[in-house]
Write a protein that binds this ligand. Sequence first.
Ligand SMILES: Cc1cc2nc3c(=O)[nH]c(=O)nc-3n(C[C@H](O)[C@H](O)[C@H](O)COP(=O)(O)OP(=O)(O)OC[C@H]3O[C@@H](n4cnc5c(N)ncnc54)[C@H](O)[C@@H]3O)c2cc1C
Length: 438
Amino acid sequence: MNTRPAANDIVVVGAGIVGACCALALRKRGFPVHVIDRSEPGEGASFGNAGVISPWSFVPLALPGIWKQVPGWLANPRGPLKVDWRDVAEFAPWARRFLREASEARYPKNADAMARLIAPCIETYREYLRGSDADRLLVDSMLVSLISGPAPSMDAPAWRLRTERGAALAVLNRDQLHEIEPAVGPAYSGAVLVKGQARTLSPGRLCKALAELAVRRGARFTRAVVRGVRLDANGLPQVVLPHETVTADRLVLAAGAWSVKLLESLESLESLKSLNLRLPMVGERGYHLVFTRPGVSLNNSVLDPRLHFIVSSMQDGIRAAGTAEFARLDRPPDFRRAQVLASLTQGMLPDLNVDETSQWMGTRASFPDSVPVIGPIPGLERIVAAFGHSHWGMSMAPGTGLMVAAMIGGDTPFTDPAAYRPDRFESSSVSGFHGRAG
Ligand SMILES: Cc1cc2nc3c(=O)[nH]c(=O)nc-3n(C[C@H](O)[C@H](O)[C@H](O)COP(=O)(O)OP(=O)(O)OC[C@H]3O[C@@H](n4cnc5c(N)ncnc54)[C@H](O)[C@@H]3O)c2cc1C
């Protein structure tokens, strides 16, 4: 095995949207960057998501009263939530913590942390893409949140959080909805619009384009499986690949749902355990179904908030994406979850042609508070966390990249990093790591 001499490279593990944004922000500051992924860029969760890029997507999943909805969701095979009961013991501590995060005392703080991180998303993508062919992959958009019963109360947390932070909202009746989205059927009596968003016409291609831009701007990309992470005798981080070991000045861990597993591979795990660091992250799977000859189109990101799925016209057709499925990382996909989206989407778009489809499953990396961890791991300062972006990683990735690059550069990040600290979850005497999902 070949061990490369210590370099001053910043090694980024993971070429999803978070790794790509970290690489671009680091190159902009002139750091030598080496990105490593077992796949081509943008093949993980960043491939198949709903493509919403929004500075207003800072509503955490854990909100007051959510527990009342859970039994109904679980009982309904067409519902938005599924737990693989074989893995329930693994997810129970996460679920308990999730319910705690839904308290009145905590959820607004979580929303604040997300809001600050997500704020620069559109302008940062536009800056990266300016002058490249890929800028057409990002278009202005609104979120059209459909109303299927009585109009929602704007006092409900999901709406209040947005209005209090300056979102421009409008409530539409059926005719106004029809003007904006003629393909939406009569099952809906109106919609709440969230203005000032963007969406991508292909999340995977956007991610690949950003990774390519990073390479064009001097980053190196290696396609290889990272088998483990360790520290050399001088405390420099090393990533172990099948045929070589790469030494880094800093290691940015942006491997999405696999990040905690890679940290657990550290040979110094025992000393890490003594730090009592808890990273309660789980893999939360989602599915999509793309209707490749849809026969109808949408102008915006359209959400059915009751059934929790988002539909959008993309380059390859109409994509419906959603579902939260809690299962270990190594469980095979349950594509019935994707197929459910066919009838749900037809309920939204009655003229949709569902004859040709493609299906996909991807895994979000989720902490109970919906906030990612960003920054040096305490006690392992050369390893920088950039993972756990839950349902909104396409939107939080640009801010994450800026923050990681500023921290590595020794500068003050654009917003206070305290809310994203890897050690923000209280220490526990039970175990060093928690919430292993695979
Ligand atoms: C159904 C669904 C809909 C969504 N909709 C939206 C949306 O509309 N808007 C939004 O903002 N977010 C959305 N999200 C969330 C978003 O997709 C994720 O938060 C985001 O893609 C996470 O990016 P990432 O770079 O952290 O992870 P990933 O894209 O998963 O990238 C991680 C990378 O690490 C690599 N890797 C892992 N382990 C190793 C290893 N051992 N060796 C080498 N490489 C490794 C993987 O190959 C992968 O490329 C959605 C997610 C889902 C599932």
